[in-house]
Every structure is written in structure tokens, then in C-alpha cells.
Ligand binder design. Structure first.
Ligand SMILES: Cc1cc2nc3c(=O)[nH]c(=O)nc-3n(C[C@H](O)[C@H](O)[C@H](O)COP(=O)(O)OP(=O)(O)OC[C@H]3O[C@@H](n4cnc5c(N)ncnc54)[C@H](O)[C@@H]3O)c2cc1C
Length: 528
């Protein structure tokens, strides 16, 4: 393997080239730092390797075996982290929301969840910058939250039949709806074309209309001098005798290498980041790195993401177009009239055939198989779907730990334990009723309710108190000054909306912090 800095210490090594890792690579290399990015998966060419094939493109997700446990064990694989340069952004749906101001202060305002050590106002400039840098398309007026638009690029149109039926159903019930803000182009941008509604966003966007760090940030990072190494599995963080991180150990093609760095940043997502920290324990850090609080791996969250499918008398053809084109956040905030706190977003959500078959086979009251499954599949064109993105409150027993089983790299496999709490379950029931009413208002007959989850978050949460959190608001670990964590694992609460805009805004903020501190020589990373 050819490496530019094989025997040298670089300024920064970043583990994982996903949503956060891609942003950091671009920002820090453009600031003149020497940056090496290591990702366990491949460097793909969208035009040659992204196919309109649901089964083949499952390889975009992290497929290694993980053990699952708890009352509501999570489904691993395609539906959580990415694998390869671009990470989860290569196969994410592209819904691009901001968290609301109350999401950051849930505990002080409502007495639930936890407060973040950072406010919406502090993150706002980074949301704006991020949306501009990737030309997020969205409505002129977005009715909910703290930001009402306009988005940098115009909203998408035309919408899909599934989105129109959702909006009409909402209107009949007095629920506000809107075209969804999307990290998918509505007009040309930086040589990339607008979306042609091919619909295979979750299989990788072949025409490059959907943003990913693979096609936006990583090429800019390389242009600025970063070395981006695919197929490099980081297996350990190396520590010096002075209590500082020295670099990382990684495996490529069966051989073990090391990369020394002044700063180590973990951006390996919610399962692999805690796994690496726990596995890298030393005699000075016997419970794992950055784990003096005992919080590494704890309080992981997901979004409840149940689907409701209804059959209509007329054809809907919900394979058409970008999967999510319309949304409502009318149920996002705590409503004292309801029996639960916090809330959810609802998306009109198209479905390709394999996803439909797999989904309905797991419907409540199932499993669905044989003639009933066959009949439903033959009627595929007549179904419409709504999906929820529901807030799940943090609980320390929902966690990533190391199992007894070891993988082919000699690293213990992750065990992921998850159970819904009572509030989470009541929230899901309410959302399922709302989704059913919207579909019925438009003439659909609800046939399948499918329990599901999406978007893992947490496990290395940020906070001001080192005894209750792993990192500060910049992702710097409380215990090891030159070890940073920057990915969805530093989330404190899950909010009730899709998380990636927040992941990337936090990454921009962390990058600014590192640049500023390095410039003042307050942390050791040089800056030209
Ligand atoms: C099907 C699907 C749809 C989604 N849709 C949306 C959506 O519409 N809107 C939204 O906001 N969010 C969505 N998400 C969530 C989004 O993908 C994540 O929030 C986001 O990618 C998280 O960014 P990250 O940087 O934390 O991790 P990732 O983007 O997952 O990046 C982690 C990277 O680390 C690498 N890695 C892990 N371990 C190692 C190791 N040991 N060594 C080297 N490299 C390693 C992985 O290969 C990966 O590339 C979706 C996710 C999925 C799976």
C-alpha cells in the first residue's frame, strides 16, 4: 500500500470518512494541516458502482456481525451505519432537517432527557453554512422549528404521487405539511445535475444529484492535500506513556500498519466509535479510553421509525421519485394534552419493491408470508406509505459493549442492547394513529403497520460535566486532550427529526475549534 506519511507523524488522523469525517477532512486540510483519513470500506465511483439494485447495494451499509440484545433488539446492517468513503451519506435518504431549539434544552424546559452543553443559537451559523455548502433544496417557508427558510435552493417539484396524497390527507385533517428540505439538488450546482427522480437514493445516487461526502467533501479534501485511504480498518488507538493519543493501528490487505498523529479524531459512528475506545484500554485507562465517566457506549438512541402502509383504489406507484418529498412536524413538540413528552416528524415515504416485501413481511400481527404476502406484492402499485421519525429518550442501559466473540481482526464484536421505554412506546402508538388517519383521509385502507427504527445516535455523549459525559461540546474527550470524537455518537438526545444536518454542523464547529486552537498553539496540530 502506497502511503505519503507512512513513517511520519501527521497533524490529524481521522477514523471514518462519513458525514462528520468528510467535513473534518475538508475543513482541516484546507486549513493547511496534514490529514490522513482511514476508512474501513471502499472508495466507490458512483457512475460505475451504484446500481438500481436494492440487493446489490446493501454493501453500502456496515454488514459485519454485531450481537443484539434487549427487549427491542435493533436490526443492524444497511439501516444504520455506512461502510466506505462517504459513510452513511452514500445511502441515506437525504432528508435534511435542523433540530429545534427545545431539542437542546429538553431537561431544563420540560424535565425530560438531558440538556446539551450547546444551544440551537450556537449551532445556527453552522447549520446555515452547511446547507449553503451543499445547496440544500427546500421550501421558501418551512413552518416549524427555529428556521423557516428560505433554503439555498428552491424546493423540489414535481413531487411523487405518494407525497401528494400525504399532503392532501394532511390538509383534510387540518395538519400542516410541507415539501421536505433535502440534500438533493433541485438545480445544477458545482457541476452536479439536479435530481431526475430516479428514486434509488438508498442505493447510492448514480447521477450525483444527492449530496454525499464521497462526492462533495472528500474530493475537496484530497485537492487540499489530505490522504484518504480506503479499505483500512482501524483496530486500536495508540496511547503514549504521557497519557496522550499517539496515533492509530490499522489493517489493510491482512497487514497491520500504524499512523502517528498529533490529533486523533474518531468519526466511526455510534457502534464502532465506542467499540474502538473500549477495545483500546490500557493499564492507565483500564475501562477503555476516555471512559472515566463510564459513559462510553451508554445512552445510545435511535429514532422510532414505524411505517404505515395503506392500499388505495387507484394506482399510487410509490417507487416513483425521491423517497421522501413531503413532511409534517406538527407533532414535534411536547403537547400537554398527550400522555407522553416530546414528539415526531412524519414523512411521505415511497418504497422500492424489495423494501416493501421485506417491510410488510415483518408487519405487526405477522409474520406475513405465503399467499397473503404474494397478493400484497402483486398489488404493489396501489400502496402508499408514511414513516415516522420519533424521539427516543436516552437511557444508560441502552448501550454498546464488547462481547466475548472476536472478529477476524482480533477485536471483540460489539454487543448492542436496546429497549424502548414507556414514553417511547406511547409516542409510537400516537404516531401510528396519526399516520393511519392521514392515509384514511385520502381514501386508503391501512393494511400494514411495520415496527422499525432508524438513525442511531449517542454512546459518547457531550456535556460539561466530565463525570456524566465523554466529550465537551467540541467533541474533545474530557480525559485525553488530543483525542476527539466527532460523529453521531456525541448526541445527547435524539430529537424528533433526521440527524445528519446536526452531525455535520457539529463537525464544522469542531473543525473551527481545532483550527483556532492549533493557530494559537493551544493544541498540538500545526497550521500553515
Ligand atoms: C438507510 C439510511 C437512511 C438515512 N436517511 C437519512 C436522512 O434522510 N436524513 C438524515 O439526516 N439522516 C439519515 N440517515 C442517517 C445518516 O446516514 C447518519 O446520521 C450519518 O451518516 C452519521 O454520520 P457519522 O459521521 O456519524 O457516521 P457514518 O456516516 O456512518 O460514517 C462512519 C464511517 O466510519 C467508518 N468506520 C467505522 N469503523 C471504522 C474503523 N474501525 N476503521 C475505519 N473506518 C471505520 C465507516 O466505514 C463509515 O464510513 C440515514 C441512514 C441510513 C442507514
Amino acid at each position: 500500500m502506497k502511503r505519503r506519511w507512512a513513517n511520519e507523524e501527521v497533524d490529524v488522523v481521522i477514523v471514518g470518512a462519513g458525514a462528520a469525517g468528510g467535513v473534518l477532512a475538508k475543513e482541516l486540510s484546507e486549513a493547511g494541516m496534514s490529514v490522513v483519513v482511514l476508512d474501513a470500506g471502499p472508495f466507490r465511483d458512483p457512475q460505475k458502482e451504484f446500481a438500481s439494485d436494492e440487493l446489490a447495494m446493501k454493501t453500502l451499509g456496515w454488514q459485519d456481525t454485531r450481537l443484539v440484545d434487549g427487549r427491542d433488539p435493533l436490526t443492524m446492517g444497511h439501516n444504520n451505519s455506512g461502510f466506505g468513503i462517504g459513510g452513511g451519506t452514500t445511502h441515506f435518504t437525504g432528508v435534511f432537517l435542523r433540530f429545534h431549539d427545545v431539542d437542546f434544552k429538553g431537561k431544563s424546559i420540560e424535565g425530560t432527557g438531558e440538556d446539551w452543553p450547546i444551544s440551537y443559537e450556537e449551532l445556527e451559523p453552522y447549520y446555515s453554512r452547511n446547507e449553503k455548502e451543499i445547496a440544500v433544496s427546500g421550501p421558501k417557508h418551512f413552518p416549524w422549528g427555529s428556521y423557516h427558510g428560505p433554503y439555498p435552493y428552491p424546493e423540489r417539484e414535481p413531487l411523487s404521487p405518494n407525497a401528494y396524497l400525504f399532503m392532501k390527507g394532511c390538509e383534510k385533517l387540518g395538519i400542516r405539511s410541507s415539501v421536505a428540505p433535502l440534500a438533493i439538488l433541485s438545480a445544477p450546482f458545482e457541476g452536479r445535475p439536479p435530481c431526475i427522480n430516479r428514486g434509488f437514493c438508498n442505493q447510492g445516487c448514480m447521477p450525483n444529484a444527492k449530496f454525499s461526502t464521497l462526492i462533495v467533501h472528500i474530493p475537496k479534501a484530497i485537492q487540499a492535500g489530505a490522504e484518504v485511504l480506503p479499505d483500512c480498518r482501524v483496530t486500536r488507538i495508540q496511547m503514549g506513556t504521557d497519557g496522550r493519543a499517539e496515533g492509530v493501528e490499522f489493517v489493510n490487505g491482512g497487514k497491520t500498519y500504524e499512523q502517528k498523529a498529533k490529533l486523533v479524531i474518531l468519526s466511526a459512528f455510534v457502534v464502532e466509535t465506542p467499540r474502538l475506545l473500549l477495545h483500546s484500554a490500557t493499564s492507565a485507562f483500564p475501562d477503555g479510553l476516555a471512559n472515566s465517566s463510564g459513559m462510553v457506549g451508554r445512552s445510545i438512541m435511535v429514532h422510532s421509525s414505524n411505517d404505515v402502509y395503506a392500499k388505495f383504489p387507484n394506482e399510487i406507484r410509490f417507487y416513483k421519485g425521491t423517497p421522501v418529498l413531503a413532511t409534517t412536524q406538527d407533532f414535534y413538540r411536547t403537547d400537554p394534552a398527550r400522555s407522553f413528552v416530546r414528539g415526531y416528524t412524519l414523512h411521505a415515504h415511497g418504497s422500492r419493491p424489495v423494501e416493501f416485501a421485506k417491510g410488510i413481511s415483518k408487519a405487526q400481527g405477522g409474520p406475513l408470508w405465503g399467499e397473503r404476502l404474494r397478493d400484497a406484492l402483486l398489488q404493489y402499485n396501489y400502496y402508499g406509505r408514511i414513516t415516522m421519525v420519533g424521539e427516543v429518550l436516552p437511557h444508560p442501559d441502552n448501550r454498546v459493549t464488547l462481547s466475548e466473540e472476536v472478529d477476524e481482526y482480533g477485536v471483540p464484536r460489539a454487543k448492542v442492547t436496546f429497549s424502548y421505554g414507556d414514553n417511547d412506546q406511547q409516542l409510537v402508538d400516537h404516531a401510528v394513529r396519526t399516520m393511519s388517519s392521514i392515509l384514511e383521509a385520502e381514501g386508503g385502507q391501512v393494511e400494514f403497520v411495520v415496527p422499525d427504527t432508524a438513525h442511531m445516535m449517542g454512546g459518547c455523549r457531550m456535556g460539561t460535566d466530565p463525570s456524566r459525559s465523554v466529550v465537551n461540546s467540541y467533541g474533545q474527550t474530557h480525559d485525553i486532550e488530543n483525542l476527539f470524537i466527532c460523529d453521531a455518537s456525541i448526541f445527547v438526545t435524539s430529537g424528533g427529526g433526521n440527524p445528519t444536518n446536526t452531525v455535520m454542523a457539529l463537525a464544522l464547529r469542531t473543525a473551527d475549534y481545532i483550527k483556532e486552537k492549533a493557530g494559537k498553539r493551544e493544541i498540538q496540530a500545526s497550521r500553515s
